[in-house]
Design a protein around this ligand. Structure first.
Ligand SMILES: NC(=O)c1ccc[n+]([C@@H]2O[C@H](COP(=O)([O-])OP(=O)(O)OC[C@H]3O[C@@H](n4cnc5c(N)ncnc54)[C@H](O)[C@@H]3O)[C@@H](O)[C@H]2O)c1
Ligand SMILES: [Zn+2]
Ligand SMILES: [Zn+2]
Length: 374
């Protein structure tokens, strides 16, 4: 079968790989019909995430049809159409029983944190879904059935970026009447904007510098701030009469800006640790509020502005989204037409074109989300 395989920094290729087999009676083999590239895949693509080994199939956003099911799978059957959360959950450990899905204790025999598809040895070393077929373990827990009237494309982003955007708004505790500032107008920032508005935010400022991305969030009710042209701190302070906003960081450690600490002439090969977004947030977060950080941070920062967080009495919540906490409710919002995730898609292509897809999504410019069909 064809699969998009990591070979090294900025080097992903379509390879022929053996079709996966059932390895455990609770596995299914999924025939992938739709798969997308995530901003988290770009961290891998840049070659700066520990534990990424050549040979792993990438991809943690995918939907498809159950092709084969192990003897102990009874929640789905061959022929069912399903969308799969990016977290791999056993469904029975202490963390799963407490709905803390992103920290399953069993699914990752190789590391301390919960497992994910296509995301390094440290998150379990599982092959991902940017492929014709993928093995999905613990299939009584993860797969979400797709209602007959919805296409896979409509629900594909329930695998990750839609729940993750909602998670950003949820951990920041966005309440009716709040002014919100979302940093990053990528897919996660887009859905954090959608979700903040659903939760009753009064205004949602969205900070980025790509016009096409800012246009898309403007169409769904966000207020764009282009950080190349305007200082986001001054603007948000002025517009909120000094009170500040509830902040969501949908960018993470590869943020652009002068608080970036590149320590090598080849930035693709080292962690590009940046506190740019955190340094903006700590100036505009409403005092006593909670800062929601779905954007990924992977290392420690000696210059993290702890003092300012203390003085403004801010809380921080962050981490991997526990997708199953949100995906059923968000599915219903799609079913009734309150959310149309397909509006975010800018490019559709064949899986064979995935290396080009990575190049386009990495350059951002005219891309908001790339969906591929095997
Ligand atoms: N927590 C989770 O479970 C989870 C899940 C999915 C993605 N993520 C992470 O969320 C982040 C965003 O994902 P995405 O798919 O939207 O990625 P993306 O790379 O498509 O988008 C990131 C956006 O941030 C913008 N940006 C860069 N520097 C900025 C700055 N200083 N201020 C404002 N905007 C800035 C970029 O221009 C880009 O549009 C990534 O770190 C990704 O790994 C986390
Ligand atoms: Zn992702
Ligand atoms: Zn578990």
């Amino acid at each position: 079968m064809k699969a998009l395989v990591y070979h090294g920094p900025m080097d992903v290729r379509i390879d022929d790989k053996p079709k996966p087999k059932i390895e455990h009676p609770e596995d299914i083999i999924l025939k992938v019909t739709q798969t997308a590239i995530c901003g988290s895949d770009l961290h891998l693509y840049h070659g700066n995430v520990k534990g990424m080994e050549p040979g792993q199939t990438l991809g943690h956003e995918f939907a498809g049809v159950v092709e084969e099911a192990g003897d102990r799978v009874d929640e789905v059957k061959v022929g069912d159409r399903v969308v799969i959360p990016f977290n791999i959950d056993c469904g029975r450990c202490w963390f799963c029983r407490h709905q803390l899905w992103s920290q399953c204790e069993r699914s990752n025999p190789k590391g301390e944190y919960g497992a994910a598809f296509g995301y390094t040895q440290l998150l379990g070393g599982y092959d991902g879904g940017q492929a014709e077929y993928v093995r999905v373990p613990y299939a009584n827990t993860g797969p979400l059935k797709i209602p007959d009237e919805l296409t896979e494309e409509k629900v594909l982003f329930l695998s990750d970026v839609l729940p993750t955007g909602y998670f950003g708004a949820d951990i920041a505790n966005v309440q009716p009447g709040d002014d919100v500032a979302v940093f990053g107008a990528g897919p996660v920032g887009y859905f954090a904007t959608v979700s903040s508005l659903l939760r009753g935010a009064a205004r949602v400022f969205v900070v980025d510098h790509w016009p096409i991305r800012l246009d898309k969030v403007t169409k769904i009710g966000g207020e764009p701030i282009n950080f190349d042209r305007q200082d986001p701190v001054d603007y948000i302070k002025k517009e909120t009469k000094g009170k500040g906003a509830i902040c969501i960081d949908a960018v993470g450690y590869e943020a652009i800006g002068h608080h970036r600490h590149d320590s090598s002439s080849n930035p693709a090969l080292v962690p590009q640790n940046s506190l740019q977004v955190i340094n903006w947030i700590v100036q505009v977060a409403r005092k006593f509020s909670t800062v929601g950080i779905p954007g990924v941070y992977l290392t420690e920062f000696a210059n993290f502005p702890f003092g300012q967080f203390f003085q403004r009495e801010l809380q921080i919540r962050m981490g991997q989204c526990p997708v199953k906490q949100y995906n059923e409710q968000l599915l219903h919002l799609i079913e009734v037409g309150r959310i149309d995730p397909t509006l975010l898609i800018s490019h559709k292509m064949k899986l064979e074109e995935a290396p080009k897809g990575y190049d386009i999504f990495n350059k951002k410019g005219d891309a908001t989300k790339i969906v591929m069909t095997p």
